[in-house]
Design a binder for this molecule. Structure first.
Ligand code: PDD
Length: 303
């Protein structure tokens, strides 16, 4: 079956789908995006993704390409036309096509592209045995809360991780603290046994999976502390994890070649992971089954 993509008002064969060479996304990375998980043919946390898209657009003063109800139709239709059961939707909004000049063009419509494809869930060995991460300096800009398509530092970091045989790169700010991964949020279980993830702000992206896991934990009475933690603290942590739309919740068992954890759990996924991953999965399963779940806590606003 050939893939179909949505480009500026039309569903077109993916093989010929394209945008103009003067699209500002192509020339300036002047745009934003979302990646949404598809499970059982349904979109996971669609509204929180739309909320974040709105915040990202507002942060860059790009107009919404269409009303949310219409966008919902386009996203669902793209999934349907591609018969995706387990996979992702990618949506990108740029400032549109205009003669190249840095300042915003006048009277230009934003451009919208939506694609969907099958992606396997995280592999069983990653879920069971965990993944390795490396750390690298965070060389990104000051508005990482905006899900911008300008991802050069992220892709360079992920490439270094891949070359080192690691799953992800954790980015370290000037204070020595972990901001997040190149495409995921970072978590540890500290020496006191508290689950910790960095508080939201302009240094990191407010992950939808992060918010969903936070809610699942709080509902189940698992205490979570939102605060910064350093690379040194992560190295000494009892456990570590990453969350993202494509990774869901995965245990991290090594940082820069050092095994994470203590005693028998050293270098292995720990008990907090074993407790909270099912909580997250149950939350997603309930939402897919149409059982009302408490809406996600409001994530950080784009300033
Ligand atoms: N990345 N931090 C960064 C820098 C990210 O790019 C992502 C997601 C996350 C996790 O956010 P969420 O839980 O909403 O997926 C955190 C997507 C998956 C990507 O770029 O492919």
């Amino acid at each position: 079956m050939s893939r179909i993509s949505y480009v500026n008002g039309q569903y077109v064969p993916h093989s010929v789908a394209g945008v103009h060479i003067e699209d500002r996304g192509y020339q300036f990375a002047d745009g934003v995006y979302e990646v949404i998980a598809v499970r059982e043919g349904q979109l996971v946390d669609l509204e929180p993704h739309f909320d974040r898209l709105d915040r990202s657009l507002a942060g860059l003063e790009i107009a919404a390409p269409m009303a949310r109800a219409a966008l919902r139709v386009v996203v669902r239709e793209t999934v349907r036309r591609n018969r995706v059961v387990t996979g992702i939707v990618y949506m990108q909004v740029t400032r549109g096509v205009a003669r190249r000049a840095h300042a915003f063009p006048k009277n230009t419509d934003p451009a919208l592209v939506v694609t969907s494809r099958t992606v396997a869930p995280p592999n069983e060995s990653a879920v069971r045995d965990g993944v390795k991460v490396i750390s690298l300096p965070d060389i990104r800009w000051g508005r990482c809360d905006i899900k911008s398509i300008a991802l050069l530092p992220n892709i360079l970091a992920r490439q270094q991780a891949t070359a080192a045989g690691a799953y992800e790169a954790w980015l370290i700010d000037d204070a020595g603290d972990v901001t997040e991964g190149s495409a995921s949020n970072a978590w540890i279980v500290d020496k006191k046994g508290h689950l910790v993830t960095r508080a939201l702000g302009t240094a990191l992206l407010g992950g939808v999976t992060r918010a969903s896991l936070l809610d699942a934990c709080r509902e189940a009475g698992v205490q979570v502390v939102e605060r910064a933690f350093s690379r040194a603290e992560a190295l000494a942590a009892r456990e570590a994890m990453v969350t993202s739309t494509t990774s869901y919740v995965l245990p991290v068992v090594a940082l820069d070649g050092h095994a994470i954890g203590q005693g028998a759990d050293k270098g292995k996924p720990g008990p907090v992971y074993a407790r909270i991953r099912p909580l997250y999965e149950a939350r997603v399963a309930a939402a897919l089954a149409g059982v009302p779940v408490r809406p996600l806590q409001k994530t950080a606003k784009v300033a």
